[in-house]
Design a protein around this ligand. Structure first.
Ligand code: ZN
Length: 376
């Protein structure tokens, strides 16, 4: 119901009844519970369809209630958002390989946001590019910086007085897709989110929940072996991992190789974002580098589809912006490898927008609010 109101607000109880086949009395009882929880509010009256003018409902969005912290190998981004996931304020800094320095900057900004919002912030969600144990709030291993067993949640919570939830970046983005994604994804019970960034990670949604495995370590498919002699080393150091063939770094390496006969000085330094921009403008080497990367991305996705038979696979990250260029390479590779008789899955670009891991970090808090309303 909360999702329904969020997607269609402002909406009346009568409209919800018409569209959902739920009893009016059931809807009224749920709306009552949601407003007691402070999740839904009434906003004036809608058009009358004959009788009394209906009262319209929407999510309570007066204030920021969540802080999201997205730590990536290059940048750390913090933002506040309201209950509907709309971003209110955003700041970022360059991630320091020293965890103490990065955490101190995070804590300073969390405090600043918390004070500014006069106690309306209910929690902090942190997304990390590595192995995370959400039950203890510990970053078990972040390969880019060799962070080991860092009590991230406790450190931020002790310093800010706020509850802190942490998760692996791909799991967090999968959660964001589940709650805030397009209906084709959020309505699916089983889907896999493939996050292409500096690394490649997967978040598995199994029966409507994130599948975590022992100590939260499930979904490390970035390290499945799909070939030899990748264009770049994986974050684990090996040259045969899916990540080493399909990450942003792999695409950049392919681009540099293709461009090497020409003017390489013009090519560097540049980021993956610029590579995507160039490809979208029609630059041949950038397009070829993305298409080849999509082919390897497709090989890994085929393996996941064959093994899990999910309803959908969602590809997130900057590469989703170049969907028109990479879609056919991806789907051709996948269709080629799906064995006859086995169902295929929908392959979709993420629609979470610019900063999926930030959306994911915010979802760690927001999904908890929505889930608490379910439990109540
Ligand atoms: Zn690896």
């Amino acid at each position: 119901m909360l999702n329904y109101i969020r997607e269609r607000e402002p909406i009346s109880r009568a409209e919800i009844a018409r569209e959902t086949d739920l009893q009016r009395s059931t809807i009224s009882a749920i709306v009552e519970a949601l407003s007691t929880e402070g999740l839904v509010e009434e906003v004036g009256e809608g058009e009358s369809t004959g009788g009394r003018r209906p009262t319209l409902l929407r999510l309570r969005t007066k204030e920021a209630i969540a802080i999201g912290v997205s730590i990536t190998p290059s940048r750390t981004t913090l933002a506040t958002s309201d209950l509907a996931g709309r971003i209110v304020e955003q700041k970022e800094f360059l991630t320091d390989p020293d965890p103490d320095n990065t955490l101190n900057e995070v804590i300073a900004l969390v405090r600043e946001f918390s004070v500014k919002n006069n106690g309306s912030i209910e929690g902090v969600g942190v997304s990390l590019p590595g192995l995370v144990d959400p039950s203890t709030g510990t970053a078990v291993y972040v390969p880019y910086f060799k962070w080991r067993d860092i009590p991230i949640a406790k450190t931020i919570s002790n310093a800010s007085g706020l509850p802190v939830i942490i998760d692996n970046d791909a799991n967090a983005v999968a959660l964001a897709e589940l709650w805030f994604g397009r209906p084709e994804v959020s309505d699916a019970r089983d889907f896999i989110l493939v996050l292409v960034a500096e690394g490649v990670g997967t978040g598995i949604i199994f029966d409507g929940q994130v599948y975590r495995g022992q100590r939260g370590a499930a979904g490390e498919f970035g390290h499945m072996v799909i070939g030899t002699h990748a264009p770049v080393p994986c974050s684990c150091g090996n040259l045969d991992c899916w990540e080493a063939f399909s990450s942003e770094g792999a695409a950049k390496a392919r681009y540099l190789k293709l461009s090497s006969e020409r003017n390489i000085e013009n090519a560097a330094p540049f980021g993956f974002r610029e590579l995507v921009d160039q490809a979208l403008r029609g630059e041949a080497n950038a397009k070829a580098a993305l298409v080849e990367t999509a082919h390897y991305l497709g090989i890994g996705i085929s393996n996941l589809v064959v093994g899990f038979s999910p309803e959908a696979v969602v590809v997130g990250g900057e590469i989703a912006r170049a969907w028109s260029l990479v879609e056919s390479a991806l789907t051709e590779t996948i269709e080629h490898s799906i064995r006859r008789g086995l169902p295929s899955a929908k392959i979709l670009p993420s629609t979470l927008g610019e900063d999926p891991t930030l959306r994911g970090a915010l979802s760690l808090v927001l999904a908890g609010k929505f889930a608490a309303a379910f439990a109540a």
